[in-house]
Write a protein that binds this ligand. Structure first.
Ligand code: GLN
Length: 194
């Protein structure tokens, strides 16, 4: 399966590497044309204001919105999830508004800006796995169609709405492949449509 990674800014190569490890073919997406060639898309972490502005500049915002409406599976991590959200507080970047969630940017505050922890998420893995929260957002609201797959200290950190998956953490930098495997299997069960 050809899985795009939005490659405008952020931790692009880490996602591409994990996708390769789970048997997908990563495709770096920098233009609306490149997006036409993929069956699913990963929106990486980075800086959501920058990512939003760069996407708008090359028309990828409209193209991603259209493909997502047509059913393309999308997985956003950290800044990528912020872009997918319906609403963001703490400085609103240009949002794609794909997912019925509200987020607050940089909500963990200074001391806890970045940390790693083990996450329990039976939907993804029977065993807890290591993930990293890096200047992470907090999900402050989820709509009715949104499933919370994992919580960390009571807060939703992995959410799914049909073919859309969003994580406030980074699964791609701790050597863990299970969340990408989960995304690829949900994308494959979507028939690679979109
Ligand atoms: N703090 C960043 C933002 O608000 C997200 C950080 C990340 O993606 N690791 O855009």
């Amino acid at each position: 399966m050809r899985v795009g990674v939005l490659a405008l800014q952020g931790d692009v190569s880490e996602h591409a590497q994990v996708l390769r490890e789970v048997g997908a073919e990563p495709v770096l997406v920098r233009t609306p044309q490149a997006l036409e060639d993929v069956q699913a898309l990963v929106l990486p972490g980075g800086e959501s204001t920058t990512l939003g502005a760069l996407m708008a500049r090359c028309g990828l915002d409209q193209a991603i919105r259209r493909r997502a409406q047509e059913g393309m599976p999308v997985f956003g991590t950290c800044a990528g999830l912020i872009l997918m959200a319906r609403r963001a507080s703490g400085g609103e970047p240009p949002l794609l508004g794909l997912m019925d969630v509200a987020v607050e940017r940089n909500a963990y505050g200074r001391q806890r800006e970045s940390f790693e922890d083990d996450l329990a998420c039976p939907a993804v893995d029977p065993n807890p796995f290591r993930v990293a929260f890096i200047r992470a957002p907090v999900i402050t609201g989820v709509g009715e169609g949104v499933q919370v797959l994992a919580r960390h200290e009571g807060l939703p950190v992995l959410v799914r709405q049909g073919r859309l998956l969003g994580a406030t953490f980074h699964p791609e930098i701790t050597g863990y492949t299970g969340v990408h495997r989960y995304f690829c299997s949900l994308a494959a069960s979507a028939g690679g449509v979109g």
